[in-house]
Design a protein around this ligand. Structure first.
Ligand code: SF4
Length: 310
């Protein structure tokens, strides 16, 4: 079966990257809110990946396009500055380790200007790798993992089908840091709905504090048709929070968490308001920004629903 190239769904900070698919779908396809729910994991053939790397190298070095290479490759490569690679898809770290090493070695050999390679990684995938394996990936320039914590509330984690507990996410984060790889944790505003909102925000702050991670990215829940959570909403079993409540959750998380040195942001297109800064030093400023918008109660200060993205 030929490989289905996935759409590009990326963290905001990967906008300068070339997007190289290793898999499509997600091996942990049980999260009730996610568009990858029920997806079938497809693992791309190494030789196919190497052909794309060859085509990319030829294009960057000599501006040559091959007729048998997908237009997507050149569309993505067009403005690429040759420094960052993002490995797709939902959890590319699941790619078999020897083959993953082979791909990284090939990338480094063919594209010598590469400075950093990033990917989405589930806590389960991270915990399956040994510390030495993670260090080996780091040596091959894999330097950032984006991992969904989603919430620090264990009951909620179970409810949304993450298949992992918060202490396992903490353990995964520690292992990644020990390997010298940056760990960027994602949390989802609104994932507990109205009923679970307060507990979700407080528990998330608690777990983020324990993780003391370098990067935290907040997203806001978007109900995706076809997912179990969407169906729950249709059946009136899940009540989504309002845009204003999402800012309140964000405020509670920032207020109640503490970090040594963390870049915290809500820059993702799904959010109603973009707030960002270094914690702890920008905490007061970030809280003031949120309080100002909350006090104004003016919907025009929020990102319009139509402009929100996944
Ligand atoms: S692990 Fe991540 S990508 Fe996979 S289904 Fe869950 S949220 Fe989606």
């Amino acid at each position: 079966m030929s490989f289905n190239r996935p759409d590009i769904i990326r963290p905001p900070s990967e906008w300068k990257s070339y997007f190289l698919p290793l898999t499509s779908g997600c091996s942990n396809n049980t999260c009730t809110f996610c568009g990858y729910y029920g997806s079938k994991l497809q693992v791309r053939d190494v030789e196919d990946i190497k052909s794309e790397i060859d085509a990319l190298a030829l294009f960057k070095r000599r501006d040559l396009r091959l007729h048998n290479v997908s237009d997507v490759v050149y569309a993505v490569a067009q403005g690429w500055e040759g420094k960052r690679i993002f490995l797709q898809d939902g959890d590319a770290l699941v790619y078999p380790f020897p083959k993953l090493k082979e791909v990284l070695q090939y990338l480094n050999e063919k594209l010598t200007g590469i400075e950093r390679i990033g990917t989405y990684a589930t806590p389960q995938d991270i915990l399956q790798r040994s510390l030495d394996e993670l260090k080996e990936l780091r040596r091959l320039k894999m330097s950032i993992f984006y991992t969904g914590l989603e919430t620090g509330d264990d009951e909620l984690l179970q409810k949304i089908g993450k298949g992992v507990r918060s202490d396992q996410v903490i353990e995964a984060g520690e292992k990644v840091k020990e390997a010298g790889i940056t760990f960027s944790a994602t949390v989802i505003l609104g994932i507990g709905g109205v009923e679970g909102s307060k507990k979700h925000a407080l528990k998330t702050a608690e777990v983020l504090t324990k993780m003391d991670t370098d990067y935290v990215g907040a997203l806001t829940l978007t109900l995706v048709p076809g997912t179990p959570l969407y169906e729950q909403w249709v059946r009136n079993e899940f009540q989504p929070i309002s845009p204003v409540q999402s800012l309140e959750e964000l405020k509670v998380i920032i207020e109640n968490s503490s970090f040594t040195d963390c870049f915290f942001s809500s820059m993702h297109a799904s959010n109603y308001l973009s707030v960002r800064g270094k914690l702890p030093q920008d905490k007061d400023r970030m809280l003031r920004e949120l309080e100002k918008v909350l006090a104004a109660g003016d919907p025009s200060l929020l990102r319009p629903e139509l402009l929100r993205g996944l």
